[in-house]
Design a protein around this ligand. Sequence first.
Ligand code: ADP
Ligand code: MG
Length: 160
Amino acid sequence: MAQKYQINLVNENTTARLAQCVAQFIKPPFIIYLSGDLGAAKTTFSRYFIQARGHSGPVKSPTFTIVEPYELGDECIFHFDCYRIQDPEELEYLGIRDYITSESICLIEWPERAANVLPPCDIHAMFRVITSTERSVIWHAVSAQGQIVLQQLKNQWEDK
Ligand code: ADP
Ligand code: MG
């Protein structure tokens, strides 16, 4: 079973393809942490992921609202950005526990900023800036479900 897998995102189109690929293997409940510096492609990945799951409108960065919800049929995607969180308890006030249900997928940018109050993730994706047009991402499977998804991703990605 795959535990760790690195992918080079040579341009934004590759990031879009990756998000579409990951999106087809994930079923709720599922939590992805997205780490990496500003501009590392966390929001860009999330945007393509949310659209790949059926959302047709825009996806804005939740930097100021901390969380943006997307209702897609029976499932709900919650896109978090914890960058501006000063005190992890802010997430408690936002009702973080209500977001984590059997029908939800959570994408959480800057999880480090709220480490103590966040539920554990299934997969932790670490993005890195390589050049102005290139990024890389390392996927770490954390849960058993995360390992299954990572293995499916790896198989499909290497197959192309
Ligand atoms: P973050 O959420 O990690 O702070 P964003 O996704 O908001 O970063 O911004 C990433 C920026 O980098 C976007 O402007 C995007 O167009 C650009 N970019 C350049 N190369 C890539 C790539 N290979 N994959 C994704 N985004 C890229
Ligand atoms: Mg962002």
